[in-house]
Design a protein around this ligand. Structure first.
Ligand SMILES: [Zn+2]
Length: 201
């Protein structure tokens, strides 16, 4: 872990250095254990060589992969494109209220019908009734259920939540994250620029 932190700190020192290290193709986006990039400016990228080393040392989890492979005499490893640290690097920020983390909390399933298709968000208590945009009032919902529910409460719409929404902790998100194989959650690390947008309160 210490080595990884040093690695990250060194790389984060200057944008140039990061660009140079990642510039040999196949940069790997490094997420903290809370699935947010370690840093944004510059974006935390490692060279694929450093990422493979961390995988072999079992310090990171592979979240997404490139289509390419690297070969050694004894191993063939698919090149990672997004990895997350297994151990959280403490930073002064709370668990982000982002699309990704919300979907992750709900296991990428509609909290009304369990469908995994065409997912969007639903305010359990509608905004018109004073419902807030927060962990406790937003759930993953498929478009169909969202349309069916409209601007009503679940009770009014006679739709039942599988369980009430709650603010997850880091451990929960990590446990959920491990259930999904690489590339299930997103195709490329560029998706993160979309996924990691904070939901507006
Ligand atoms: Zn649904």
């Amino acid at each position: 872990m210490i080595a990884l932190q040093q690695n990250y700190c060194n790389e984060a020192q200057t944008q140039n250095r990061v660009a140079r290290r990642a510039g040999n193709g196949h940069p790997v986006l490094v997420l903290n254990a809370d699935y947010r990039p370690l840093s944004y400016f510059p974006l935390s990228l490692w060279s694929w060589q450093d990422a493979i080393k961390a995988i072999i040392l079992d310090r990171v989890q592979v979240v997404a992969e490139y289509d390419e492979y690297v070969h050694s005499p004894s191993h063939t490893i698919r090149l990672p494109s997004v990895i997350s640290l297994k151990e959280y690097v403490r930073q002064d920020r709370s668990l982000a209220f982002t699309r990704f983390n919300l979907f992750l909390r709900d296991g990428f399933k509609c909290l009304y019908c369990g469908s995994g298709h065409d997912l969007t968000f639903d305010h359990v208590i509608p905004r018109a009734y004073g419902g807030k945009t927060c962990w406790e009032n937003i759930v993953t919902a498929c478009s169909k259920c969202n349309a069916k529910k409209g601007g009503r409460t679940p009770k009014e719409a006679r739709m039942e939540l599988r369980h009430p929404p709650h603010r997850p902790n880091l451990y929960e998100l990590q446990t959920m994250g491990r259930k999904f194989p690489p590339n299930y959650l997103h195709d490329t690390w560029l998706d993160w620029l979309y996924w990691d947008i904070e939901l507006e309160a």
